[in-house]
Design a binder for this molecule. Structure first.
Ligand SMILES: Cc1cc2nc3c(=O)[nH]c(=O)nc-3n(C[C@H](O)[C@H](O)[C@H](O)COP(=O)(O)O)c2cc1C
Length: 320
């Protein structure tokens, strides 16, 4: 069985990637991901705020709340030099693609940093583009336009492939996905799962919510990968709720050329990847597939349009 695949033109020994997180924040951790079987890794994101602070163009008011947790842990000073060093050392030490990730919410001077990553040898970039639609003065279209502007600006300064990692709250996702592709996105990573706040009702405090996923969350990913696969030419990668071998196979059947995992590794350790890959090989054997390509997207919405478009429980027959 040949589990190798191609993602944004990069050769991957298998489609299982470790998603951007604390699991990929040092060269040692990246080596451990490679040793545990990962086909590629996405480095922990560097944040727009970190880059702009160094350029001296950031005002305190532009801080984006989602970033503060990460920045608190990873620091603001010399962030770009440290990030370039992380990328260089990590990619020198492994023979799998190491993809830097930038968290961004606007196109600014920080975009030039992407060129620095390309010069350092990055094979591709992942943009963690998230705008919480909480500003009542900004329309959904304006938020989408901000992400399109980011992609266009980045594509002006780099020639390497660029993946855009999105949340799942868009009112016209199919249209927007097509626009992202037209703006130059080489892959869409669906869907990011964000830091979640919760309320402690005894201490009357806002506290971190459940920040690791559960497998049911992958159903939204399966639906959208499957719907978008026939509509787009660019690659798709799946993220959120993929915790086991069947989950991995499902996303490839839906149309994901690569599958990113994170929560399952936080819960069960990097050793969780080996049984997923063994399952993939065994499943391919059982179903007579010698390559990933032979079943990639074979269950996408072109094959089963009605099932993936159905949203109502008409004549629901749930067991009680
Ligand atoms: C502790 C933690 C840190 C994360 N940091 C980042 C990050 O820096 N950049 C990013 O794009 N995604 C980040 N993520 C999101 C993951 O890459 C992933 O998309 C998300 O957790 C859903 O996948 P999962 O269900 O396998 O966890 C983080 C997730 C966790 C749990």
């Amino acid at each position: 069985m040949d589990t190798s695949t191609t993602y944004m033109g990069m050769h991957l020994r298998n489609p299982l990637m470790v998603g951007s997180s604390g699991l990929t924040s040092t060269p040692e951790k990246v080596v451990a991901c490679r040793d545990a079987g990962a086909g590629a890794v996405v480095l922990k994101s560097i944040f727009e705020e970190q880059i702009e602070k160094e350029l001296g163009i950031m005002s305190g008011s532009s801080w984006y709340p989602e970033a503060t947790d990460y920045i608190g842990r990873y620091g603001m000073d010399n962030a770009t030099a440290k990030y370039l060093a992380l990328f260089r050392e990590a990619s020198d030490r492994v023979d799998i693609p190491v993809i830097p990730s930038i968290h961004c919410f606007g196109s600014g001077k920080w975009v030039d940093f992407a060129a620095g990553l390309q010069d350092a040898g990055a094979p591709a970039l992942e943009l963690n583009a998230f705008i919480l639609p909480s500003d009542p003065r900004k329309t959904g279209r304006e938020n989408e336009q901000s992400i399109l502007d980011i992609v266009s600006s980045i594509k002006k300064v780099v020639s390497i492939p660029v993946a855009v990692k999105l949340g799942n709250h868009f009112s016209g996702l199919s249209t927007f996905a097509g626009e992202l592709e037209a703006a130059g996105a080489d892959a869409l990573v669906l869907f990011n799962r964000f830091y979640m706040p919760d309320i402690d009702i005894e201490r009357m405090e806002v506290v971190p919510g459940a920040n690791l996923s559960n497998p049911q969350e992958a159903q939204t990913v399966t639906r959208w990968i499957s719907i978008l696969r026939p509509q787009l030419k660019c690659d798709l990668a799946a993220t959120t709720g993929i915790h086991d071998g069947p989950g991995l196979v499902k996303q490839i059947l839906a149309g994901a050329g690569a599958v990113q995992v994170c929560s399952v590794l936080y819960r069960n350790g990097l050793g969780a990847m080996a049984p997923m890959l063994t399952f993939l090989t065994d499943w391919m054997k059982r179903h007579g597939h010698r390559s990933i390509e032979s079943f990639l997207g074979s269950m996408a919405a072109t094959a089963n349009p009605a099932e993936f478009l159905r949203v109502q429980f008409m004549k629901a027959s749930l067991e009680q």
